[in-house]
Design a protein around this ligand. Sequence first.
Ligand code: TNX
Length: 530
Amino acid sequence: MRQHHRTPRLLGTLLIVAAAGLSAGTSAAPAAAARAASPLGRVVPAPVSADAGGTPYEITRGTRIRVDDSSAVRQVGEYLADVLRPSTGYGLPVTTNGTGGIRLRLGGGPFGDEGYRLDSGAQGVTITAGKPAGLFHGVQTLRQLLPAAVEKRTVQPGPWVVAGGTVKDAPRYAYRGAMLDVSRHFFTVAQVKRYIDELALYKINALHLHLSDDQGWRIAIDSWPRLAAYGGSTEVGGGKGGFYTKAQYEEIVRYAASRYLEVVPEIDMPGHTNAALASYAALNCNGVAPPLYTGTNVGFSSLCVPKPVTYAFVDDVIRELAALTPGRYLHIGGDEAHSTSHDDYVTFMDRVQPIVAKYGKTVIGWHQLTGAHPAKGALAQYWGLDSTSAAEKDQVARAARNGTGLILSPADRVYLDMKYTDATPLGQKWAGLVEVRRSYDWNPGTYLPGAPASAVAGVEAPLWSETIVKDADIDYMTFPRLPGAAELGWSPTATHDWNTYRVRLAAQGPRWEALGIGYYRSPQVPWPAR
Ligand code: TNX
């Protein structure tokens, strides 16, 4: 019966925090305020609906995780058990038998590819979805309905109570990405897996890996072995760099898939290619390989557009990478090609996009691709700013009206490498300072003037790594902004409200502490005292 004492106390605290939020800023939508105060309404990203009511469920030593007789559902059950066992100390067998407990089931309903429904009551918690991905996302919601200490890796006192009620949920956008730049600084397979686990918490479903740039080539290509062996041998600052063997890359892809993320590999071309140009003299128009580069300038390198060998190279790289990548997309970069003439850029993109299609993948390019001829079905990733010229925005909007899909990554909103304030020790500020509110408070559906809302495929938060070296650096720049980008990608606009979001976000702080994630304690967010 402890839960009956706990719930009202928690509610009271939340109402006080919410009230403090209201007095500090503009008035919140009443529905959103009521949601943030509800024990089921603190989830990030905000679900479509959360109706509290009925008896809570307490996870005990006797609880089982009951799954459908399907390997994918069983794997989601095992994943949940792996989260819950260390902190609860319970056995939590994953089984197809019995009644009650935590039930993961596939069923009919308006769930789509990733939606789910969670029902919690005295007998147990049931998550129902049309597909295993929906069950996985429902499991992330369930984690957030439990006390933060559930995330610790040692036995904690509990109790492990899930408030009674129903959550119904499905994403606003199909593409919800995060990008990790493994070129400027290299990150190991273990580091990438750790990041995948962090992203999965917030229902991110795409991991964009920026695999090549001036400072390093990070994926083994058998037909051009010096790309990785030599082109991958350094990084910003002159460290030893590194690259993924094919087996390691496949391990990342598999791990991401186990968390329902699709890997989107990027080979940035025709600019940002010094590591490739340094590895093979023949790729250079003058036939001379430049030295490796360990600085942070951009825009000085270009593949040689007139040379036939360039397209043999691109064909080999895309063929090998496509063969390793089960996902739909292949990102060909295309940004900041300042050393490529406009005509050459258009020629290059006209030749390279069909190669991507030939190997069965859909093109994604940075939004400069809209200055060429985006292939049918291609997605353009917009990384401009509020202050980007109307002409440039218009070029992207026009492409969107003509059928090019958009991934929105406005640099002055969701670039995770931008400093929060002038005092932020890491990151850059060319796009401005990006505090938590600025990062969250925009609408992807109406962001780009003249682009139809239906063209927006989703939102992605990129983390460029010129200044990012270790896990703690990744975490500090990612948290708390990534959950905001994830919410913009997942939650319906009706839930969008800074004053209630900041209260829900604050409740995530203790979870990150339990997970060992160091984050920026933004003064804009009413974090609980530690
Ligand atoms: C711009 S965004 C770049 C990257 C840098 C980043 C640093 C984009 C497509 N290009 O090359 O790493 O700024 O914030």
